[in-house]
Ligand binder design. Sequence first.
Ligand code: BYC
Length: 480
Amino acid sequence: MNVINVDYDGMIPNNVGLNQDIRVRKALEKWHPGYLDWWQDMGPEGFQQSLVYLRTAVSVDPKGWAKFDYVQMPEYKWGILLAPQVEDRKVPFGSHRGEKAWQEVPGEYRAMLRRLIVIQGDTEPASVEQQRHLGKTAPSLYDMRNLFQVNVEEGRHLWAMVYLLHKYFGADGREEAEALLQRRSGDADTPRMLGAFNEATPDWLSFFMFTTFTDRDGKMQLEALAQSGFDPLSRTCRFMLTEEAHHMFVGETGVTRIVERTCQAMKDAGIDDPHDIEAVRKLGVIDLPTIQKKANLHFSLSLDLFGNEISTNAANAFHAGIKGRFREERIKDDHQLESGTYPVLRLIDGRIDKQDVPALSGLNMRLRDDYVADCNVGIGRWNRVIESFDIPFQIKLPHVAFHRHIGEFSTIKADVDGNILSDAEWEQRKGEFLPSDADRAFIESLMVPQYEVGRFAGWIAPPKVGIDNKPGDFEYVKIM
Ligand code: BYC
């Protein structure tokens, strides 16, 4: 075993030398049955016996780290994998910049680190819980397989955080690891920690929007944590990012395929007006304005995950060298931010305005701005499809003040262009911006499973290429 290749002999595949680390191995082996119980109770409903063509990480070598094979999900090899250690790595930012990266938790930052790891860990099982019913309405075996791939990898990401808790945080780490299996998405008494992870994912359009927008928050947060001066966290997040890329691919291409199918159906039927919703829906496809509304919903819920506009937590985490910025190493400044400012959209005297705030306090918004730019790249792909059909419609990201539950804009109502609305105007108009009950019912009516090999539901186009280069008639899931 070395850090590139993974030890598969023990109960828990790993490249962290668990065999020699008896204390942590025993603790994880104790946690393992509870995890499997959680997976059985809260993982994909109805498909635990099915054989799913999944990739499993067998190495952390960027040139080839996965192997594909049929697996029953409860038998999936959830491993603990850290990216290789960078020799002589230094803390890249904050007041400790240039000091040797920490291999142990610095005492004064213990509580802060534990909180970040627990929040990160909490989102992973939450998303599996949110998506557990979707297999039953999968539009194809290809899509079902992708859903389950995302789910098992979120399960592995939970393992990744639980390893850090067990290895570095003693008794309270063990307690937190246990609590990660107790909370439940959407539960009134024991909800998951962050808002977006308590929302339902009722249909496949929501799933693709979630993996586009919420998994992308995951990418940004993991990128920021991958910069950490606490080296085990950095290495863990670096490897998680490798898997995360596929999750966003699933989301972005999923929406692309829905958009493509809608445009094709409109063209075939000679419908030019994308706002003729009734005519488009009669074709059995999802009209573009409803796709826009779902994007509005999931984007705004995901913005809440970046926290408050002005954040002492974020300032402290950066100052401490614990949580950095997106691609810190590419930024040309002092990486300490003791003096600079950052422009942040705020609510000032009842108006939405930009204000320069101390750069350290504005770090959540800086990460969020990077996130918005990244989202726009994805949306551009959807719009290119619409354009290729000559349909006069563009999907746009709503204003950051729209439909917020965290931060300054949570106290106001705004439309998708950032115009402030009265409560009455909002009540009257919210159906223009967010899916209404009728929209949801229509989408639900399309959610009929298509389990035939190589076939796809009528509201979504087939993918351009198969997973692992498999042909179109490949049986991605053998349902049992
Ligand atoms: N919901 O100083 P502030 C992923 C709380 S997704 C509820 O602005 P901070 C994935 C906050 O906790 C990525 N509460 O907060 C995706 C604080 O409370 P306390 C997950 C919220 O700390 C798809 C108070 O408000 N990873 O991986 O700067 C599938 C003051 O707030 C929320 C992470 O998030 C909220 N949305 O920013 C699977 C990384 N926002 O402590 C997986 C770790 C804020 O005063 N987390 N609050 O009681 C963090 O870095 C930060 O904690 C946050 C919040 C960005 C979440």
